[in-house]
Design a protein around this ligand. Structure first.
Ligand SMILES: [Fe+2]
Length: 414
């Protein structure tokens, strides 16, 4: 008698309606979570690792993560960048323990195995034993052991890594429209103004949805609507990559039309005014009229250029229902002090305690909690239709979320 027969949950079958329905089980099933690590994060995609400016000098290294796999990104003595699994080839211990550092070599604290910055094993403590006794076998070959390497590519100062030989070049992975927008925002020298991270208590895919969700932006985020920073009655739209999984939400603030539909939005409080109106002072950055860009790169990266706030966001699973979200605030290298001050001030709108985005820190958790026990129920995503495709002219759409799921399904074989 096998008492475990039948205890395995049935495989997930995607609803016939396609990507306009999303099973809540996707946010709660440990087997799916494990499969994502293999098929997505270690699959044929590029993962955000870090910015080149975070490791400017020879010997610089910093930690990164791909899915749950710990990574260290290094710059070697020749200036070349490497991405290595942060795991000693001996027993598997973490090699680098701090967030960042500068070193000539990487040494594991457990048994002092030492690696070059390119990850090659260089020396093993007590290799020949002590006083002629013990030690490694004579045929132990140092050159055949190393920290596992990832393929890397850099684009506009962003370091991407992949475990798969099948991943196409970054620009092909992004597609022309996506690459062009990254060039617009990050295609010239920039510098880091600050970084912070927050833990959000939800499955990573709920944030992947949230950052693509232009529909919620002016409903949940009352600051946007109240102070007319961003509303759906501005000219704008949603552009998707051919595969649908990357997206660009854009808007032009000067085209605000005061649509009647906003009168029924309960949360906007139009009588209010800021005590410090200079918070929203901004300067014109580009001649295309676009003042708001939230661009997503599948699976876990986004670039924002909203007013003058330029930032890269990266989020990573820290378990089935935990996600760490990193905010890297940037300014251009040639910014004067006034521009830097304006960007820094505007960074108060986003981030973990941001006047706009603080709500996102809890709304995804509300979904995680609200769907508990409802793994057989599905979300309804029909705003803007049931298909996946660019929506030039409207951001009242969930097409980018459906696009995420289209990309997700093809990688997951669902
Ligand atoms: Fe949001």
């Amino acid at each position: 008698m096998d008492m475990f027969v039948g205890s395995e949950p049935a495989p997930l079958i995607w609803p016939e309606a396609g990507v306009s329905r999303v099973p809540f089980r996707l946010f709660a099933d440990p087997a799916i979570y494990a499969e994502e690590q293999r098929r997505i994060f270690r699959g044929p995609i590029w993962n955000f690792l870090c910015l080149e400016i975070e490791i400017p000098n020879a010997g610089d290294w910093r930690l990164g993560v791909v899915g749950e796999t710990p990574i260290v990104i290094t710059r070697d003595e020749h200036g070349e960048i490497h991405a290595l699994v942060n795991r000693c080839a001996h027993k598997g211990a973490l090699v680098c323990l701090q967030q960042r550092g500068n070193a000539k070599a990487l040494t594991c604290v457990y048994h002092s195995w030492t690696y070059s910055l390119a990850g090659q094993l260089q020396s093993v403590a007590f290799r020949h034993g002590l006083r002629g006794k013990g030690g490694m076998p004579d045929d132990f070959d140092i050159s055949s052991h190393r920290m596992q390497k990832l393929r890397i590519e850099t684009f506009c100062g962003i370091v991407f890594g992949t475990f798969s030989d099948a991943t196409p070049p970054v620009e092909d992975f992004l597609g022309g429209t996506m690459a062009q927008m990254i060039r617009r925002n990050l295609g010239r020298p920039y510098r880091l103004l600050g970084v912070h991270s927050q833990m959000i208590h939800n499955n990573w895919k709920l944030y992947a949805e949230n950052v693509r969700d232009s529909y919620h932006a002016t409903l949940l985020h009352t600051f946007y609507t109240t102070f007319k920073v961003n509303r759906l009655d501005m000219d704008g739209g949603m552009l998707l990559s051919d595969c649908g999984r990357h997206s660009i939400s854009y808007a032009k603030r000067s085209t605000l039309q005061q649509a009647d539909e906003y009168k029924t939005v309960h949360s906007a409080q139009y009588g209010n005014a800021l005590h410090g109106p200079h918070l929203l002072e901004s300067f014109t950055e580009f001649d295309d009229g676009i003042t708001h860009v939230i661009q997503t790169v599948f699976p876990t990266m986004a670039v924002q250029h909203t007013l003058n706030s330029l930032a890269v966001r990266f989020f990573t699973p820290r378990g089935l229902d935990k996600t760490e979200l990193f905010w890297m605030y940037l300014g251009y290298a040639d910014d004067d002090e006034a521009k830097t001050r304006m960007r820094t001030r505007q960074s108060n709108l986003t981030g973990s305690a941001g006047l706009v985005s603080l709500e996102d820190g809890c709304i995804n958790e509300f979904v995680q909690r609200g769907t508990r026990g409802s793994e057989d129920v599905q979300a309804v995503l029909e705003m803007g239709g049931r298909d996946v495709g660019s929506s030039d002219g409207s951001r009242a759409t969930e097409t980018a979320i459906r696009g995420f799921w289209q990309g997700y399904r093809s990688l997951m074989g669902l």
